[in-house]
Design a protein around this ligand. Structure first.
Ligand code: PMV
Length: 331
């Protein structure tokens, strides 16, 4: 039996624009998904998941089964969750050249599902690491990132960038531009505060919406390029350790995402609650439509303000996690 864990992430800058080749800077946060994998005697796959903000579900299936857990969340999220685990297991079998290996898999996650914190990437990255180690193969963080990206790419119909999977595999702050991914060194402490509205956006739909706007209007295409400019300026502010400027640029980035139609009333309300307290800046993180915002605040003010904001279901501090995927037990 092997237990591996991998972190979730926030986008400091650049979601959506990264899909069109602009740079993005996601940062790993100290909220993790833990995946336990034990090889079975047969070729079946048994998956148990708790804490996926899904009230806990158990799915037992082998290969193509159409079993569905009986839970009250959008079916697309459940389908996606099952698809991710299935594909992660397939990657582990492929990496170890053991096409018939069966697994008992248990997932425990502290990362809300579909909320912009990279929950699926963390599960896939930790799952591939634990699955391959259980079969006696050890992959580098980059190899795991590559295989996890293939999983996300397939499950999300080719719409996924490398941001979530690379960030979760290597940890810290990273820079993604197309296929070029690397860690950003010497990053200052980033005092992230998260606000979560309890909801989730449909990434596929939101990405398609931005694509349609971009195809229809030159000014929407310019908005996407402007996000790229904000990211490049943000990288300079990050290297200089200028938190004030980072906050200002997060505000700017949120405004551009809002213009592209991917924010929501609850996300905007949380962003404003954080800004009106002591936060240096705030923006939605991830696909949008619902889910999480990230604010930069060294004090407790933003967290307090968010806890009193109608529509904010949960707020927590999330330190930058310099560790990527790691083994917790076994192997
Ligand atoms: O909501 P998340 O964490 O899956 O992020 C989606 C980010 C997008 O840029 C909209 C899509 C992507 O794959 O980069």
């Amino acid at each position: 039996m092997v237990v591996s864990s991998a972190p979730g992430k926030v986008y400091l800058f650049g979601e959506h624009a990264v899909v069109y080749g602009e740079p993005a800077v996601p940062c790993a946060i100290e909220r993790r998904a833990r995946v336990t994998v034990e090889e079975r005697d047969d070729d079946a796959l048994r998956v148990q998941a708790t804490d996926l903000s899904l009230d806990g579900f158990t799915v037992e299936y082998s290969g193509e089964s159409s079993d569905r857990p009986d839970i009250d969340v959008p079916e697309s999220l459940v389908d996606a969750a099952i698809g991710y685990v299935d594909a992660a297991a397939a990657q582990a079998r492929d990496a170890a050249d053991r096409p018939d290996a069966g697994f008992d898999i248990t997932i425990e996650s502290e990362i809300p599902l579909g909320a912009g914190l990279g929950s699926s990437a963390a599960v896939v990255v930790a799952g591939i690491d634990a699955g391959t180690r259980e079969l006696g193969v050890e992959l580098s963080a980059r190899e795991i990132a590559e295989r996890a990206y293939r999983v996300e790419h397939d499950v999300q119909d080719g719409q996924a960038s490398r941001a979530d999977t690379f960030c979760s595999a290597v940890g810290g702050a990273v820079r993604i531009e197309g296929d070029d991914c690397h860690a950003i060194r010497d990053v200052p402490n980033l005092p992230f505060v998260i606000g979560y509205d309890g909801g989730a956006g449909d990434t596929g739909e939101l990405v398609a919406g931005v694509r349609a706007l971009k195809d229809e209007y030159d000014f929407a295409a310019d908005t996407v390029s402007a996000i790229g400019d904000v990211v490049r300026q943000g990288e300079r502010a990050l290297q200089a350790g200028d938190l004030e400027e980072l906050g200002q640029l997060m505000d700017f980035n949120h405004g551009l995402l809002e213009a592209l139609g991917v924010s929501s009333r609850s996300l905007d309300e949380m962003v404003w609650a954080a800004r009106e307290s002591d936060a240096l800046g705030a923006k939605l993180t991830g696909a949008g439509g619902g889910g999480c915002i990230v604010a930069l605040d060294e004090s407790e003010e933003a967290r307090t303000a968010l806890s009193y904001t109608p529509g904010c279901e949960e707020t927590f501090r999330a330190e930058l996690d310099t560790d990527g995927v790691r083994v917790e037990e076994g192997a």
